[in-house]
Design a binder for this molecule. Structure first.
Ligand code: CUA
Length: 348
């Protein structure tokens, strides 16, 4: 009676623990999943998740076979009272051949489709592809569109239905370009150009992330990709290739911002113009190009939404927003910050 009650209580505790674990596990299943590889929207993405599932089910099959064999042996050959030790067996030719051949065959079944996908992607015709040079920096993304003469940062804009060839490289350490719902993951290495070719099929906003540890703010090295209809992409190109507003059209606050942007500070590396480019004003190459900064969705390498408050916080103390930030704290006054926010947001 006593024993029954104790085992009942233990079973109860186990059931509560199991339910809690299940609930915790299921909590992870709530969407949305902006960076899930399981909701691919391109042929390349589907090929890659197809490979993943194929390898996953092979893993499940191996696990099932091993567990069934293990449990069967544990029960069938368990020690029983008064039973002598079993006779040891050395070698079993048929078994040795079987468990060498079976894994080798499984590896072949995995390797053939994998190599097929690699060849298919490498063989995609890029004659008509939109070429985008993607350069990884500590800790932001630079995009160059040689076809249109556009240089931008962090927001990658792509047209729907046209193949795109990303030419990936780095300005410093090794980064990895990862845009889970559109394409795979590929390393970006200084002095080398890696390629990633795919065709964006669905219009929308897709999130990406650096996937190779690259220093203090690796986790803050994010980006967004925007896939537009052909017409919307053309308007984006027109917007990006237009000249920034002339100084005469700026209001007082924006003009104060332009003055702060132009100011040569001490040390000189604290001047905005030392690192950033704005057409007709400065041509720095160390930091992101700021032409059309106002039209971007994020600031600080994709860390924050591009709102006035966030941009002000970034200018006030970059390292507080993005630890290790290579943009120094330039000691701007609140008045300069307000002007710079207004001016940079006027660049659309
Ligand atoms: Cu760049 Cu991690």
């Amino acid at each position: 009676m006593n024993l029954d009650r104790r085992s009942f209580r233990r079973a109860n505790q186990l059931a509560v623990l199991a339910s809690a674990a299940l609930l915790l596990g299921l909590a992870g299943c709530q969407g949305p999943f902006p960076q899930s590889t399981f909701s691919a929207t391109t042929e390349l993405g589907e090929d890659l998740s197809g490979l993943f599932w194929m390898i996953f089910w092979w893993g499940v099959a191996v696990f099932a076979v091993v567990q069934v064999g293990l449990i069967y042996v544990m029960i069938r050959f368990r020690a029983r009272p008064d039973q002598p030790d079993p006779a040891p067996i050395h070698g079993h030719t048929a078994l040795e051949i079987a468990w060498t051949l079976a894994p080798a065959m499984i590896i072949v079944f995995i390797a053939v489709p994998t190599i097929q996908v690699i060849w298919k992607e490498a063989g995609t015709d890029t004659a008509n592809a939109l070429q985008v040079q993607v350069i990884g920096h500590q800790w932001w993304w630079e995009y160059r569109y040689p076809e249109y003469g556009i240089v931008t940062a962090n927001d990658l804009h792509l047209p729907q239905g046209r193949p795109v060839e990303l030419q990936l490289t780095s300005a410093d350490v090794i980064h990895s370009f990862w845009l889970p719902r559109l394409a795979g993951k590929r390393d970006m290495i200084l002095g080398r150009t890696n390629r990633l070719v795919f065709t964006p099929d669905s219009v929308g906003e897709f999130w990406g992330q650096c996937a190779e540890y690259c220093g203090t703010s690796h986790a803050n090295m994010r980006f967004r990709a925007f896939v537009h209809t052909a017409a919307d992409f053309d308007s984006w190109v027109a917007e990006q290739t237009s000249a920034p507003a002339a100084a005469e059209t700026l209001n007082d606050l924006e003009r104060r911002g332009l003055a702060a942007y132009r100011e040569v500070r001490t040390p000189a590396s604290n001047s905005c113009i030392a690192c950033h480019a704005i057409q007709g004003i400065s041509a720095g190459v160390l930091g992101p190009d700021l032409n059309h900064m106002g039209s971007r969705s994020t600031v600080a390498g994709g860390t924050l939404e591009n709102t006035a408050d966030n941009l002000a916080a970034w200018l006030r103390d970059p390292a507080a927003v993005k630890p290790g930030s290579l943009m120094p704290n330039t000691g701007l006054t609140e008045s300069e910050i307000a002007g710079l926010v207004a001016y940079l947001h006027s660049l659309r």
